[in-house]
Design a binder for this molecule. Structure first.
Ligand SMILES: NC(=O)c1ccc[n+]([C@@H]2O[C@H](COP(=O)([O-])OP(=O)(O)OC[C@H]3O[C@@H](n4cnc5c(N)ncnc54)[C@H](OP(=O)(O)O)[C@@H]3O)[C@@H](O)[C@H]2O)c1
Length: 343
């Protein structure tokens, strides 16, 4: 079956996904009967294009990487923006990978809503729409009988949402604890080894893992948004990031980290969801946790999620030193899921 793909955002994630499609095209055709045809790309500064033929994704990616615009790419016409792409491309699946807006989840939420209303399946790696509008977007998708998938939004391609949906039938998630933010975990583990906060932050910047605005990492916003996304999806909550009780990692000293380590503990920026008398409570804060636990053991850019369930007890999922290919895989695994649910 041929599937027409539209890309809203064609940055690091979407381009890595397009390379993965290239690598795996034969497997997708043989094993899942999927043949992908790119029919549209929307960006912020590189133009937006649609095609009633096929867009050469490799050429589109090369242009963007050279800092050139997409307009003029063979067999394409220019359109104004992402909304026009959604209206005019006739896509089967929209891949939404615009940057996170931590304050409102926009314009990603608007793009996804519009695509779902036009009965297009949507796959995103953006946690903003889950943290601000998951319930509404899920309801729209269900009404239309189409898919809204987002495995890449938290912990890249590590199965978190899909694990709960497909591997834990009948079980309820009662709470969770996790370390979700690479930058702060990289800094804390670097400081444990004697590096200064500034040296670790600068090294994290060199690795390209720091948000454009580092405050979003350091003050716990990124972890809070991921916690809200997880709670909204896995626990059917309808929370917003401002409702998370949040403390970042500023002010933690090397002495505190060393003292903790001498006692068999590690200080980690832990996101937690637990049910208390007032209802579901989400917190993000530095905690001293035993090193001999999944949360205490996680180091560097790795992440961990420990789910507490009613029927399966505790389950821990570890993502070890992720790279962009893992996020690209999340989009691919969602694509395969959309295809298999079409049968
Ligand atoms: N990078 C990762 O490892 C990773 C992992 C998991 C999840 N994510 C999430 O995945 C998403 C994409 O990340 P990324 O690293 O690919 O970001 P990126 O490299 O900054 O790419 C963002 C893309 O979105 C386009 N864009 C920005 N505003 C737009 C708008 N209003 N309308 C249409 N297009 C717009 C940009 O256009 P221009 O090219 O013209 O700037 C660019 O093509 C983010 O939500 C991020 O949080 C990323």
């Amino acid at each position: 079956m041929e599937l027409k793909l539209a890309f809203i955002g064609f940055g690091n994630v979407a381009r890595a996904f397009s390379r993965l499609l290239d690598e795996t095209g034969r497997m997708l055709a043989e094993r899942y009967d999927v043949e992908c045809r790119a029919v549209a790309i929307a960006t912020a500064r590189h133009g937006s294009i649609v095609s009633d033929d096929r867009i050469a994704l490799g050429e589109a990616a090369a242009r963007i990487e050279r800092g050139q615009k997409l307009c003029g790419l063979p067999r394409t016409v220019d359109v104004a923006d992402a909304l026009e792409v959604i209206e005019s491309a006739g896509a089967d699946i929209v891949f939404e990978t615009t940057p996170l807006d931590p304050l409102r989840g926009e314009p990603a939420t608007t793009y996804i809503r519009r695509a779902l209303q036009r009965s297009m399946h949507v796959i995103t790696a953006n946690k903003g729409p889950l943290a601000f509008a998951h319930r509404e977007l899920k309801a729209t998708a269900e009404q239309r009988g189409i898919s809204f998938r987002f495995e890449g939004a938290v912990m890249d391609g590590t199965p978190v949402f899909n694990m709960a949906e497909y591997c834990l039938p009948g079980a309820r998630v009662l709470g969770f604890a996790g370390v979700f933010n690479s930058t702060t975990n990289f800094i804390l583990t670097g400081m444990e080894q004697g590096w200064s906060f500034d040296e670790c932050l600068s090294e994290a910047r060199n690795l390209g893992i720091v948000e454009a605005n580092a405050d979003y990492d350091l003050d716990g916003w990124d972890a809070a948004i991921k916690a809200v996304a997880l709670a909204n999806v896995l626990m059917e909550a309808d929370l917003r990031p401002a409702q998370v009780e949040r403390t970042g990692i500023r002010g933690i000293t090397r002495d505190e980290l060393k003292l903790a380590r001498d006692r068999g503990m590690a200080i980690r920026l832990v996101a937690r969801a637990r049910v208390c008398d007032q209802g579901l409570k989400l917190t993000v804060a530095p905690e001293s946790v035993p090193i001999a636990t999944p949360v205490g053991a996680v180091r560097g850019t790795s992440s961990v999620l420990v789910l507490e369930t009613d029927l399966m007890g505790e389950i821990a999922v570890l993502e070890n030193n992720p790279c962009i290919k893992q996020t690209a895989y999340a989009l691919m695994s969602d694509l395969i899921r959309v295809r298999t649910e079409m049968k």
